[in-house]
Structure formats: structure tokens, C-alpha cells
Design a protein around this ligand. Structure first.
Ligand SMILES: [Zn+2]
Ligand SMILES: [Zn+2]
Length: 255
């Protein structure tokens, strides 16, 4: 018995040393401040100084997009009221407020190769929303796709990484190619209003139809006006999926 115990202890010590070496070669970076996270804190994913750096959305939310509401008298945020509550998606939720810290983190996550942030974000999404997503009967997770060319340039799709991390936590399948992006649309800011919506409509199409899904959830990094998520949800509805939820890492404030 003691022999077995000794063996286990030895193996654990070896693994620990291995982890420490990995930590030096590939330091896990804190998604808030981007400094390496010290080894004992790795499980947390965020360095001890930054634990309060991101603000979880709490209190009254918009019934459709989940945005934190400015006042509690309303059911919908200003954005959803303006478009008469018409969305292709059924309902959605976001984890964090899109504050300056979040903006910087998302920038590094998307454009500066910090793909390791996905682990922490996926865990947090699972902790906050995992049970609700399961209770809603969701059968599969669909990340907002990037155009193949853009994904090749960047080396990854940040929404795909989030979806994969979340799916692994709650053990739900992720369908990365269920919807594909067939048009490399210009960055959102370059286009306004109707133009943007028209452009987006044709940007997505079904890429995989050998799996029959009824209820799905779209995953993306940021929800701003919801036009991208609506465009993806529209394609899914047309393909016969009956309910499409969404979940994003962050969402802008109601104003
Ligand atoms: Zn930090
Ligand atoms: Zn809303």
C-alpha cells in the first residue's frame, strides 16, 4: 500500500514540476492585465490583483438581449425598443459589462494572439450560465464564424475558442462549421444602418447540415447592436432550427 502511495506521490511531484516548466515556457496570461499568472493561481485564470477587474452584469436586464438596463421600469433596452423588439434570435445573455478593461482584453484576445484567455472566459460562462443553457434544452453551440481568409490570417476564430471552452466545461457539442461566413464583410464601423444589415444578411450560410438541431445557442465575443447575431440566427431559422439563443462575453450598456 505504502509503495503505491509513494508511487502516486512521486508521479504527482513529477507532474507538478512539469507544470512549472510549462509555466515558464508558456505563461498563462491574465486576461485583465496581460501579466503572466503565477503558478499557484493558474486555476483562477486571472492574477490575484485583477480578480475584480471585469464586471459581471447584475440586476435588471433587457428581456431580449440581456443588456443591463439603465432603469428598472423598462423591460427592453433602448436598442431593442427602437427596433420594436424584432430579433431573429429568441433571447440572449452576456457575461460582462463592456467597460474599458473588457475592451482592452477583447482587443488582445482577438488581435494580439492571446488565445489562452478563452479558457478563463469559457469557465466563467459555464459557471454563470451553464445550467441555464442546459435547462433551456440547447443541443448544440454555434460560434459566429469568421471568413476563412480572415481566420487564416488571425490563426483562430475567437468566438470558436470561446464556444469550445464553454462546450468542454458543460460537455455540450460545438458545431464550428454549422454556419460559415461566405463574405468577408468590411468592418462594422465602416458601414451604417440598413447598409450594414443588408450586407450581413448575405454574409452567412449553412455549412453543415448532417446534424439535425432544434435548439441552439450562438456564441460571440461582443454584442453591440446584435446585427451579426441576428444575421446568423436568421440563417439558422431558415434551416429549420426552431429556437436560437445567444451568449456573448460582453455587451454594451443601455443608455
Ligand atoms: Zn491581472
Ligand atoms: Zn435589448
Amino acid at each position: 500500500m505504502t509503495e503505491v502511495l509513494k508511487k502516486i506521490q512521486k508521479r504527482a511531484a513529477k507532474a507538478d514540476a512539469g507544470n512549472k516548466i510549462m509555466d515558464v515556457i508558456f505563461p498563462l496570461r491574465c486576461p485583465v492585465c496581460d501579466r503572466p499568472v503565477p503558478y499557484p493561481e493558474r486555476r483562477q485564470g486571472v492574477c490575484p490583483e485583477c480578480r475584480e477587474g471585469f464586471l459581471l452584469i447584475k440586476g435588471a436586464r433587457c428581456c431580449l438581449c440581456g443588456r443591463k438596463l439603465a432603469g428598472s421600469e423598462e423591460e427592453l433596452c433602448r436598442d431593442c425598443r427602437i427596433n420594436g423588439g424584432r430579433h431573429c434570435y429568441t433571447k440572449g445573455i452576456a457575461l460582462y459589462e463592456y467597460n474599458d478593461m473588457m475592451r482592452e482584453a477583447v482587443y488582445r484576445f482577438k488581435y494580439e494572439g492571446r488565445r489562452e484567455y478563452a479558457g478563463f472566459f469559457g469557465k466563467m460562462m459555464a459557471k454563470q450560465f451553464g445550467n441555464a443553457v442546459k435547462r433551456a434544452g440547447v443541443e448544440g453551440i454555434i460560434p459566429v464564424p469568421l471568413h476563412a481568409k480572415r481566420e487564416a490570417e488571425r490563426g483562430y476564430n475567437q468566438a470558436g475558442l470561446l464556444a469550445a471552452a464553454f462546450g468542454a466545461e458543460i460537455q455540450m457539442p460545438v458545431y464550428e462549421k454549422y454556419v460559415i461566413r461566405v463574405r468577408n464583410t468590411p468592418p462594422m464601423k465602416a458601414l451604417a444602418g440598413t447598409n450594414r444589415q443588408n450586407n450581413l444578411k448575405k454574409a452567412f450560410k449553412i455549412g453543415q447540415n448532417d446534424v439535425k438541431l432544434n435548439i441552439t445557442i450562438i456564441v460571440d465575443d461582443i454584442y453591440t447592436t446584435g446585427s451579426t447575431i441576428d444575421a446568423v440566427a436568421g440563417v439558422l431559422l431558415e434551416a429549420g432550427i426552431s429556437r436560437v439563443y445567444f451568449m456573448t462575453l460582453a455587451i454594451g450598456k443601455d443608455f
